[in-house]
Write a new protein. Structure first.
Length: 229
């Protein structure tokens, strides 16, 4: 199934669920919009894998969507599951079907990678607290990251006022990016099973790679399939 079909069948216009493997080239840290009151943690990455033309992506991680802390975050310093091998993913963006037959599609409720209560029952953190946790792994060394979420390309379909396109024009950031790097069940028009977001950060050397995993959700989200339905 091509990207156009995936986009039209599952998401709002132009958004495609999938996973990006790329290298961090710039860590922009926190960005707070006075207009929307939303705070993101932003990265610039390049998917310069072997035998391909490199493309740049913004990575936009929601770390607060109002004035008070309302995003929960859990991380694992060494994350490994036998039937979920992020190390096997190719560089670049890979579209994923949002269904149970897609082995790499994340659903933290129906196909949990860990006890989801560790996330949903945790205390919401402030934007600064989440940014500090991310800084520990992303501020130095330009690590490789594997990011599950929705791909957008604002250069083709979004109005000029859109967040990603504004950053592209005014701050010389790439118009292409990954958003929704969080639990994506029952959230606005994007809510559906088997399309949750997550962030994996590669550490260690080429002989012994390790992955630090981050998972995010908003405080008003619950942790059982019956509630989502």
């Amino acid at each position: 199934m091509d990207e156009e079909t995936l986009a039209s069948s599952r998401f709002s216009k132009g958004k495609i669920y999938g996973v990006l493997r790329a290298q961090v080239t710039s860590d922009n840290g926190e960005y707070h919009s006075d207009k929307s009151k939303m705070t993101h943690y932003n990265l610039i990455t390049t998917d310069d894998g072997p035998n391909q033309m490199p493309e740049q992506y913004q990575i936009n991680i929601d770390i607060q969507s109002r004035d008070a802390p309302n995003v929960k975050c859990v991380s694992f310093d060494s994350f490994s599951i036998d039937n979920f091998q992020v190390s096997d993913l190719p560089y670049g963006f890979t579209p994923l079907r949002s269904d149970s037959d897609e082995p790499m599609a994340i659903d933290l409720v129906r196909k949990p990678l860990f006890d989801v209560n560790l996330l949903t029952q945790s205390t919401a953190l402030s934007a600064d607290e989440i940014a500090t946790k991310l800084d520990n792994y992303l501020k130095e060394g330009n690590p490789n990251v594997i990011v599950f979420g929705t791909k957008y390309d604002d250069g083709y379909h979004q109005p000029e006022k859109h967040y990603g396109l504004q950053r592209a024009a005014k701050q010389q950031k790439p118009s292409r990016g990954i958003d929704d790097v969080h639990l994506n069940q029952n959230i606005g028009n994007d809510g559906s099973a088997y399309q949750d977001g997550a962030l994996f950060i590669e550490t260690g050397d080429s002989d012994q790679k390790n992955y630090v995993a981050f998972f995010f959700c908003f405080a008003n989200q619950c942790g059982s399939e019956s509630n989502y339905d």
